[in-house]
Design a protein around this ligand. Structure first.
Ligand code: NAD
Length: 474
């Protein structure tokens, strides 16, 4: 843990293991944060608030700028640590570490745009608005993209003058702790950013309940998000909820099939399928389904599954036993109930050492019935259900049937079809002829069961600032 700029043990003295999901090896033991630890971290953030809030946004930005430089210099070491605890291939881990640095640089650039408004009002007067930081903000984050999601939470909050307490996921706290130390070494004053490791039920809930925490930004499963929102509501706290998704990808008959195949493979199997905006349901026009599926199958069979640290690995293991059991159960159910046809994959791979980690083959299932769990739940793993549709109307109707609304994509060369997809698909982000791309420059977030509030883009600063209105009579 990191409290007030220093490494700390748990008040209760207990620890938990962080293990490599590819090998089962113990990487490190980390303190199991208690309610008292949360109280200490929040206290440190409260004490640091006045000093940090009184620095200029440009001074804060310079800390980000220096930290981003160090993160880029230490990219290999940080990416290796991320792969070891999360499982993703090194190339993906490098992207994520670069993404962390890029987010810091983006908010460093936004520092100069923090300002209020001047508003003329009727009569002899003026009105001004000034923007004030909220105080102590907090985030609870998942294990799938721990570095990137950490940056999306801490960067807008800190640049706005807030102080922070972060609770990483239990299986991936190591990269988060190292990145927080880099920020401290780059000049973040002690207590501005604190990290508490521990369980969701204890550390997470204590953080949401703590009366000094003014805002909670949560990323994780929809069920946990509801619990967090309930607790936050009773304390009148601001909340951002970035929850699960079941993104549909629609392939029309005029789409460039080669690029749609590449998009589906990257969209589904990147990070072993454990991405909120992964392609989780694929709808393809009947007239091109056979050709598309055969190309997709060939591409998926070429994916090399293995330890993320091996340079030629395309897909690493699932992150934890819970995910592994869930994916095994879903695929077993497809087989038992004949709910679709497994075209490739569907089992644990058999390379040397595969029994030590949470490996599962990249799996395609076609002809999936409407009421299958593969279409109704968020399949957070390397299994892609494929449904054939007659036309775009049917595809959009099926796509919108989900309770989630994070992302969606439509693949076509026809502008009218693209526009129809953009207008009628119910999602927070809609891609045309691509799926997956996100950037700190653009707003990101879901609708329906995928949550509310937005991250990224200049507007996110208002989530971490309050507006004070000043009425002046002359
Ligand atoms: P999770 O909800 O189990 O855990 C997320 C975090 O919440 C962890 O740090 C966990 O310790 C904590 N937590 C658990 N119970 C809690 C409680 N009662 N109170 C407070 N905190 C609690 O999710 P996960 O399995 O770690 O992550 C996968 C999920 O995250 C998927 O549903 C995925 O779609 C979602 N996700 C969403 C986005 C997005 O931006 N929309 C991005 C990444 C992941």
């Amino acid at each position: 843990m990191l409290i007030n700029g220093k490494a700390a043990g748990a008040c209760g003295g207990e620890c938990f293991d962080v293990k490599n999901p590819a090998t089962g090896e113990l990487l490190e033991q980390v303190p199991r944060g208690t309610e008292d630890d949360i109280a200490l971290a929040v206290e440190a953030a409260v004490s640091a608030f006045e000093g940090w809030a009184s620095t200029s946004p440009q001074q804060r930005g310079m800390v980000f700028y220096r930290a981003a430089g160090v993160v880029r210099q230490r990219k290999e070491e940080l990416a290796t640590l991320l792969t070891q605890e999360q499982g993703k291939p090194l190339a993906e881990a490098r992207n994520e570490i670069e993404g962390f640095a890029h987010v810091l640089e983006y908010y460093c650039g936004l520092a100069g745009s923090l300002r209020g408004d001047f508003i003329p009002v009727p009569g002899n007067g003026y009105a001004f608005t000034v923007k004030k930081p909220l105080g102590v903000c907090a985030a609870i984050i998942p294990w799938n993209m721990p570095a990137l999601i950490m940056s999306w939470k801490i960067a807008p909050a800190l640049i706005s003058g807030n102080t922070f307490v972060l609770k990483p996921a239990s299986s991936t706290p190591l990269t988060n702790l190292t990145l927080a130390s880099v920020l401290n070494e780059a000049g973040l004053p002690a207590g501005v950013l604190n990290v508490i490791t521990g369980s969701g039920e204890t550390a997470g809930e204590s953080l949401v309940r703590n009366p000094h925490v003014k805002k909670i930004s949560f990323t994780g499963e929809s069920g946990t998000g509801i619990r967090v929102a309930e607790l936050a509501a009773s304390g009148m706290k601001r909340v951002t909820l970035e929850l699960g998704g079941s993104d549909p990808m629609i392939v029309c008959d005029d789409a460039n099939l080669e690029s749609a195949v590449a998009g589906a493979i990257r969209g589904r199997f990147y990070n072993c399928g454990q991405t909120c905006t992964a392609v989780k349901r694929l709808y393809v026009f009947e007239s091109v389904a056979e050709e598309f599926i055969s190309k997709l199958k060939a591409g998926v069979r070429n994916l090399k599954v293995g330890n993320g640290l091996d340079n030629n690995t395309d897909m690493g293991p699932l992150n934890n036993s819970h995910q592994m059991e869930y994916i095994k159960e879903l695929v077993a159910e497809v087989k038992e109930k004949s709910e679709g046809r497994i075209i490739t994959g569907g089992k644990i791979p058999s390379f040397k050492g595969s029994d030590k980690g949470y490996f599962f083959e990249p799996t395609l299932v076609s002809d999936v019935p409407e009421d299958s769990r593969l279409l109704k739940e968020e399949v957070f793993g390397p299994v892609l259900p494929i449904v054939k549709v007659k036309n775009l109307d049917e595809a959009i109707e099926e796509a919108n049937r989900s309770s989630y609304g994070l992302g969606a994509s439509v693949w076509t060369k026809d502008l009218d079809r693209a526009r129809m997809g953009c207008e009628q698909l119910n999602a927070g982000i809609i891609w045309v002829n691509q799926h997956f791309k996100v950037a700190p420059e653009v707003p990101f977030g879901g609708i329906k069961g995928s949550g509310f509030g937005r991250e990224n883009g200049p507007d996110v600063l208002s989530e971490y600032l309050e507006t004070r209105t000043i009425m002046l009579k002359t």
